[in-house]
Design a protein around this ligand. Structure first.
Ligand SMILES: C[S@@+](CC[C@H](N)C(=O)[O-])C[C@H]1O[C@@H](n2cnc3c(N)ncnc32)[C@H](O)[C@@H]1O
Length: 260
């Protein structure tokens, strides 16, 4: 890491709270090179000045580095498994208080709304809630609006679309019955404080950004955020090495259970 880049990272941490040192360097370099070219700036100092002057650019920078790509029911087979195998048991175990789910790294919202749709479908009368968090404030605002372009809807079948979405021009709006189950909030997975007591934690396609030691530390905290018997739901290319040491048991690709 060059001295310029190290200073840049320190200042970005101070300005945005984003700790670039804990992301995989290839990820940062690839994204940053494109940003410097876009603003036609010669180096880190000049780009840093642009960011210091303009909060909107800082938000854009965070979004750009962390790439908030998402869609409803990403990896539909895994969501089907969640719906058929794990959620019914979690709903039974949670009892009248309802399932508490957390979508950590929720981007602009398709993942937490997908979870809320499944919970609504399985038990509309239950008090099930989904907390949805991210570091990308632009993404969180878009998520809260609950309006999605066709591009995010490829895996939504017609019946689900007609029940849980309303047309909004060329876009689709999530119905209030689903929206009221989801709360969006800023949370940095690199921080030391995590919410606790979840029956389900979905952290999908987020760990891939982090270097190994950080990945492990985040997984440790996610495992700790689960109530005993709770389920951890990861992305299709992510896994927990040595799950026993985190008190987790491997169930099937993408799914782990927190042991008592
Ligand atoms: C590719 S998206 C994944 C979205 C969704 N989970 C999915 O699988 O479709 C990755 C998300 O992780 C978020 N992210 C990156 N670093 C984070 C951090 N330190 N804390 C919380 N979220 C983070 C990004 O802002 C982005 O929205």
């Amino acid at each position: 890491m060059s001295a310029d880049f190290a200073t840049f990272c320190e200042e970005i941490h101070r300005l945005t709270g984003l700790d670039l040192c804990r992301y995989r360097p290839e990820q940062i370099e690839r994204r940053m090179g494109a940003m410097l070219a876009r603003y036609q700036v010669a180096g880190w100092d000049e780009y840093l000045r642009l960011l210091q002057e303009d909060p909107a650019r800082r938000e854009e920078f965070v979004e750009w580095v962390t790439i908030g790509m998402s869609e409803f029911f990403r990896n539909p087979d895994r969501f089907q498994e969640l719906r058929e195998v794990y959620l019914p048991a979690l709903i039974r175990a949670a009892g009248p208080g309802g399932v508490r789910a957390w979508s950590a790294g929720c981007a602009d919202g398709p993942e937490p709304y997908s979870l809320a749709i499944l919970l609504e479908e399985l038990d509309a009368a239950g008090f099930h809630r989904v907390l949805a968090t991210d570091v990308d404030r632009q993404g969180l605002r878009a998520a809260e609006a609950g309006i999605f372009a066709e591009g995010a809807m490829h895996q939504v079948d017609r019946e689900t679309r007609d029940r849980y979405f309303r047309p909004r021009g060329e876009n689709w709006e999530v119905v209030p019955a689903v929206r009221r189950r989801v709360t969006f909030r800023y949370h940095d997975l690199l921080s030391a404080v995590y919410p606790q007591g979840f029956h389900l934690v979905a952290c999908r396609n987020v760990l891939i950004y982090f270097e190994d030691a950080t990945k492990r530390a985040v997984l440790e905290q996610l495992a700790h955020a689960l109530a005993p018997g709770g389920i951890l739901f990861l992305g299709a290319t992510e896994m927990v090495r040595d799950p026993d040491s985190l008190g987790l048991r491997y169930l099937s690709p993408c799914f782990y259970r927190k042991e008592n």
